[in-house]
Write a protein that binds this ligand. Sequence first.
Ligand code: ATP
Ligand code: MG
Length: 751
Amino acid sequence: PPTPNHAILNGLNDAQRRAVTSDAATVAILAGPGSGKTHTLTARVVWLIDHMGIRPEDVIVATFTVKAAREMKERIGKALGNGRENKLILGTFHSVARRYLAAYGRHIGLSQKFGIADAGDSRAIIKRICERLQLAVDPAGALAWISKKKAKGSEAASKSARQQASKVAGLQELETCYREYQKHLETSNLLDYDDLLVSCVDLLRRFPSCVSNIQTVLIDEYQDTNGIQYDLMKLFAQHRLRITTVGDPDQSIYGWRSAEIRNLWKLLREFPETDEISLEENYRSSQSILDLSLQVIKQDQKRYKKILKPTHNKGSRPVLRQLKSASAEADWIVSEIKRVLIMSGTMLTHNDVAILLRSAALSRHIETSLGKAGIPYRMVGGKKFYERPEIRTLVDYLRVIHQPETNDALARILNVPGRGIGDGTIKGLLNEAETSSLSVWAVLSKHCRGDRTAKTKIPKPTEQRLSGGLLRPLNDIRRQIGEASGPNGTPFGLVEMINQLLAKLDFQKHLQKAYPDPEDHAQRWANVQEFLGLAAEFVRDMDRSEEDFLPEIEGLAQTREVEALPRFLANVSLAADAQTKGDGEETQPVVTISTIHAAKGLEWPIVFVPAVYDGSIPHTRADDGDEERRLLYVAMTRAQSLLYLSCPLFSANGNGERNKLSPFVDPVKDSFMKKGPCLDRPVMSEIARILRRKLPPEESIYKGIPAMFSLEDNLFPVDPEEAKQEPKHGFGRGDSRLGEDASRAKRPRLH
Ligand code: ATP
Ligand code: MG
């Protein structure tokens, strides 16, 4: 065989190269954080396509988050050129499943226009069922139980979920709830997240030819797949059984969502010929950050041990700091951000800072302090853009336009903008729909037609407002879908649709009324504009139909989705963890606030992990202490150069109770520094070295894109004369940094 020689292999270490070029049918990469797993997986995709001649449309790549998928696609795109990355079947398990269901779902009895119920919808549906049937079930517990049941496939829901749910309910009530919930989803033509996977498994079992073209399947963050995803992975690969997985058991943090570390061993058992590859060098973090992180994870005696060696210098020791209160902690974090950024000159920006939280609820103090200091930030995994009420309303309208029978969405917009309809009437309509097995839309239409069989009492004027303000405009818009309405006969597009909707609803006026504070409604209107921008972007990116790449199978025709709307809506539902916008392409650098869960796979030069006390991490409500420790390990290993842990001394409840330092941190507390580091020359040059890495800069690996900066190690002026002339905190002022700045601005945040 020819000696492998491909630009994508440049700069990889031997084990990484072996993983990229392995000929084995199944390859399992098992390695610690920052060892280049994702990088290697990405390179392997490029290798398989560019060197092995596999067509991109025959490759499935599953990532854990929408954001990871997007970034991976972008990087593969740079390497392949010609937009070939667009042909890959690449996304989260849920989005890949959705794609197959959209194309072939009707062969398993799915309506062509199924919608997706997100977590909020599911909760609302269950809540209503419990109310209607007077079940003594805690809706959240019931939903978790149902979800576990689905995620595990045929296996029963886990014991702990059952215990949790049955604290308030008997098994029988839970099962009733499950049955009703499923019935409701079916009649409203909805699939929830778990159903996407369950139905896709069903489809691929019964119609294997849907994936007859698939040559190979690659999975990132494999340690967090659950039982049904494992089945799905095998079904995707059922014709050729070529599978590559990369994962790290130490970073398994989704056990609460039925992820199974066991899947790692299951794969090796099922495919004993698997080429097992470990990557042993950490390229992300300074030695002292890596050391401390390993000290934490090593407290877990049962863990699967593997080697992880630093490739960087010692760097600055991580900081552990106790502050009086949560707000003092937040103020300290902000002052430390300011201090370090100023000291770094132009080398570090707000983009290089992340604050990682055990739970999103902790963000309040931090947001306040950042706000006071005028530091821009974005939230990841907290209150999401798509959950803001004004956006939620628009999405609900679009859902109803797409599928009038989406009762839940319709119920939410019946009185938004205000149409004088009370909760009683809304409940009445929902009940009438339920008892007459009609959709709410159908019941409403009956009313507005003046049909006598309509039962709920609605005053005439309200009825008129509903008809003129809701039914008619939406019907109007729906009629135009697929029509050529643009100047050059372009089809009635998503953006025009939203614009019409805003006009017909007089949405801006509605916001002014609903949010009298001028700043408030201006902000919300800005969000609406942003939403329009997102829609426009979506249409632009979508100019070719993904489904075109799925195979044309005799007797199993795929449906072509002509319009953008259903795809946009699916995208919105699946974007649960995507960020507000642009993902790092904001015009101005921003500090990231994220949950630890949502920070998986990412890295930042500076990382803060606040609230490391007992009760926060491990969390009081968590029932797996080892998983909590892994969570802290994930948080710590996101840091490249500076890591800060902190903890308020007194608990927030104000009764003077003292917090205890997290039991994961306590045994190693002496290895930390107490104060923030001094960014002296050695520390600065180590930061610079980590930022630049020994790997050829991303761009240079890829064809056709010139290297942005050279490889020599020292970023700083080496000429002692020149060094002397530097201003005190003048790192990063010289000409030598221009190239650095330009390339740093482009440096992808996820690898
Ligand atoms: P995690 O477990 O956190 O997901 P990972 O194993 O996926 O981590 P990557 O994110 O792929 O690790 O890589 C970590 C960093 O190391 C990235 O910035 C990547 O560019 C860099 N890197 C990977 N391989 C090399 C290499 N051979 N030489 C230099 N840098 C590398
Ligand atoms: Mg990774």
